[in-house]
Design a protein around this ligand. Structure first.
Ligand code: HEM
Length: 236
């Protein structure tokens, strides 16, 4: 273990107040955030396999299911397994698990991004959604590929500060579907459900995710305050 690695690990030992229940709060929140799109994805997969799910019919998916199946399977792995990369105790106690899961996530993340780019290119939505969402999905799908590659390369170079930053960004870009549930749910109540409004609320989810990601990157792993020294008797 290099001195740099041990410093990172020591800093992470204090993340979220050190060992204890709180170190699972971030992964639990991230799993919760991904739940709705992951469940929607499972229903879509059931729908494509012929089960009656009550999902709105989408003839585009029936006509060529492979890209959407790839997208949903990869996104489910990326959202759920990815959340546990943010568990400091798991990283410390099972570094081999973190590395193995990381490799799976690189493949799943690239699968999400590349299938998203395919869907965006060949299953475009009409009018306003297309004008707002098409270029954004193109930009963020590409950004997701780039951030994953940069994060993976940084890990190979053992530059863990950059690895952490790029991987947090890629996860933030990928988990947008979860945040969209919130921006659409709250935003539609206030701003209505016009086509352009809906597209802008979906786009806004990326702004939220990336703002949170940049803050997490800049704040770094939270450190516990050093224990106070025992009080020395005052000098006479
Ligand atoms: C963990 C993250 C993600 C999850 C769980 C997820 C989930 C899904 C699901 C379930 C669908 C099918 C929707 C339906 O049945 O109508 C879908 C479609 C799609 N997703 Fe994702 N997705 C994720 C990330 C992304 C990202 C990062 C992008 C763009 C960069 C993206 C772009 C698309 C596109 C373009 C479609 C097709 C939309 C259409 O019907 O026109 N997704 N996604």
């Amino acid at each position: 273990m290099t001195p740099h690695t041990s410093t990172v690990l020591r800093a992470e030992q204090h993340q979220a107040g050190g060992p204890g229940r709180s170190s699972w709060l971030v992964p639990a929140a991230l799993v919760a955030l991904g739940t709705v799109p992951v469940v929607a994805g499972s229903l879509r997969l059931a729908d494509l396999s012929g089960a009656a799910t009550g999902m709105p019919v989408d003839p585009r998916y029936d006509a060529s299911p492979l890209p959407v199946v790839t997208h949903i399977v990869c996104a489910t792995v990326f959202a759920i397994v990815g959340a546990f990369q943010f568990a400091p105790r798991l990283r410390q106690r099972r570094p081999a698990w973190h590395r193995r899961a990381g490799r799976v996530l690189v493949v799943a993340g690239l699968g999400v991004a590349l299938s998203a780019l395919w869907l965006n290119q060949f299953f475009p939505r009409a009018e306003a959604s297309r004008e707002v969402l098409y270029p954004l999905r193109l930009a963020f799908g590409t950004a997701m590929v780039v951030t994953i590659v940069l994060g993976f390369r940084a890990a190979r170079r053992r530059d863990f500060t950059r690895h952490r930053a790029w991987m947090i960004r890629s996860y933030a870009i990928g988990l947008v579907a979860g945040t969209q549930v919130l921006t659409l749910g709250l935003g539609a109540r206030i701003l209505g459900t016009h086509d352009v409004t809906t597209a802008l609320l979906m786009a806004f989810a990326w702004v939220v995710n990336l703002a949170v990601a940049e803050r997490a990157i800049r704040t770094g792993p939270r450190r516990r305050r050093a224990p106070e020294r025992s009080a020395q008797p005052a000098s006479p």
